[in-house]
Design a binder for this molecule. Sequence first.
Ligand code: CA
Ligand code: ZN
Length: 293
Amino acid sequence: MKVIRRDRLIYSMGPGHKPVLYIDPGETILVETEDCFGHQVVSSGYSLDDGFNHDYLNPATGTIFINGVEPGDVLKVYIDKISLNSRGVVVAYRGWGPLGNRIEGTHVRVVEVSENHALINGRKIPLNPMIGVIGVAPAEGSVPNSTPGPHGGNLDTKEITEGAILYLPVFMRGAHLALGDLHAAMGDGEVCGTGVEIRGAVRMQVSIANNYTFKSPVIESKDAFFFLGSSPDIEAAVKIATDSAVRYISEQNNISWIDGYILASLRCNLMFSQIVNPWKTVKMRVEKELLHL
Ligand code: CA
Ligand code: ZN
């Protein structure tokens, strides 16, 4: 199995990054990932106002060049296994999230992570390991890893988890996949601005999704598809996610767009992925049974 170590990091997605690994579609690879703070925040007394280097925020490991993948293809990323380190951090900081105006300074909680749970302030919470940043080179220019978009990026969507498939549109030959920013736990919205930010490794298989024409990221779980939309503005993100979902519902059932729209209104759930990044991400959940009526 090919392995990429956690020191092969990039901080933006776009052209100009030399691939660190070339793979054939379907190969199993293991990608070690850095945490979103570049491992600068490791103790409870840490202050983001004190020597924190913003240049090392949101590192992603990569890039991975997938042989034979061309612009216009859709990449299929199967997330086989997410392994977490034994310790992560949550950070609340002045200005972050909807209640950030009530916060002064930095509040770090060091979280011990075991097989089954995370321990925060001596209390157990369940784990939901997930990938925060995962994406490909975008259509134009370079996008910092802090920001999500049609190419993926900082999607912070909890359904990007073990056993799921992430579909990403491809804009550049070889796709140039990169990923990082694992979370041991995070809820929809990521309201304080972070999950349990942690180092780890992801075992995955990447191939081409034939017969898919998605123009923005889509996740497939056992029971449902999640159509993602990202934009600086939540309403614009909602439009992207809804449009993407309705298009697929209509195609799969061979019905008109308007009837797909109506079905989405009756049976689909629109949810937040995250509302704290420079672009916000929402998702529409479409049960698989709705695709074969
Ligand atoms: Ca993130
Ligand atoms: Zn994160």
